[in-house]
Design a protein around this ligand. Structure first.
Ligand code: MF3
Ligand code: CO
Ligand code: CO
Length: 249
């Protein structure tokens, strides 16, 4: 069952999403070589708390932190800890706010200092893929159009799309229907309708698509140890287009 949101629900998701985006702005201003991922997580929880929001990840299926921070070969669900950010790292920070009962979910890949050109190219292609997928969203489009947009942008560059983790509906719940796959066929799958809200959050690998989950039960890394990048926005299907609900302004 895919919920169609009311105007007032959309407004709450938008306000939560804006705060999530502002949280990432705050992280971006503080991310630098020498800082630990745990220190960044503290900044995140402090920022959210000061604005009346709660981090959705904390305690979610026993996840122990206020954000997911995933460095280099870590694909997603990295647990903030004593790891020190280094010059040249690709650092994915994924935050989800709960504000007034509604969720906002967004992720960016930050390039720290002098990032090798190959790593920068991966991050750029992942961002472009997300934006192309967003451009495919409108009333009457199909879920498969989204996956197709991601896949057809990154695969010709030799990258691969992670299969295990997908986007999802967002609203009063963290993860709602539908599942938003980042690979797909044009014209296939569920038809999008105005008022649907969901994430697009492609994870793109420099090498193969396979991931493995470490012994902590969360940290997902590339099976081949190569780099991975991710961006995520929460979107509203809105007539002939979409609105990004996770923008700072
Ligand atoms: N924010 C992630 C997503 O985009 C989910 C993280 S769940 C956690 O869906 F438990 F790992 F935090
Ligand atoms: Co998400
Ligand atoms: Co997320």
């Amino acid at each position: 069952m895919i919920f169609i949101k009311t105007a007032s629900e959309i407004d709450k998701i938008r306000r939560s999403g804006r705060l999530a985006s502002q949280t990432l702005d705050h992280v971006g201003a503080n991310i630098a070589p020498g800082v630990t991922t745990r220190e960044l997580d503290r900044l995140i929880s402090g920022f959210m708390a000061s604005r009346g929001a709660v981090p959705a990840t904390l305690g979610y299926k026993r996840f122990p932190a206020s954000s997911c921070i995933s460095v280099n070969e870590v694909v997603c669900h990295g647990i903030p800890d004593s790891r020190i950010i280094m010059d040249g790292d690709l650092v994915k920070v994924d935050v989800t706010t709960v504000l007034d009962g509604f969720f906002g979910d967004t992720c960016r890949t930050f390039k720290v200092g002098n990032v090798p050109p190959k790593a920068a190219a991966l991050a750029d292609a992942t961002y472009e893929a997300m934006m192309l997928a967003i451009a495919a969203v409108r009333d009457g489009a199909r879920l498969g159009d989204i996956g197709f947009a991601v896949q057809s942008h990154v695969e010709p560059k030799g990258y691969s799309v992670v299969r295990e983790f997908v986007g999802h509906g967002v609203g009063k719940e963290f993860h709602e229907s539908p599942s938003v796959h980042h690979r797909g066929e044009k014209g296939a799958g569920v038809k999008l309708k105005s008022g649907m809200t969901f994430t697009i959050e492609p994870m793109v690998n420099e090498g193969g698509w396979k991931v493995k989950v470490l012994g902590d039960g969360w940290t997902a890394v590339t099976a081949d140890g190569k780099l991975s990048a991710q961006f995520e926005h929460t979107l509203l299907v809105d007539g002939g287009g979409s609105e990004i609900l996770t923008l700072s302004e």
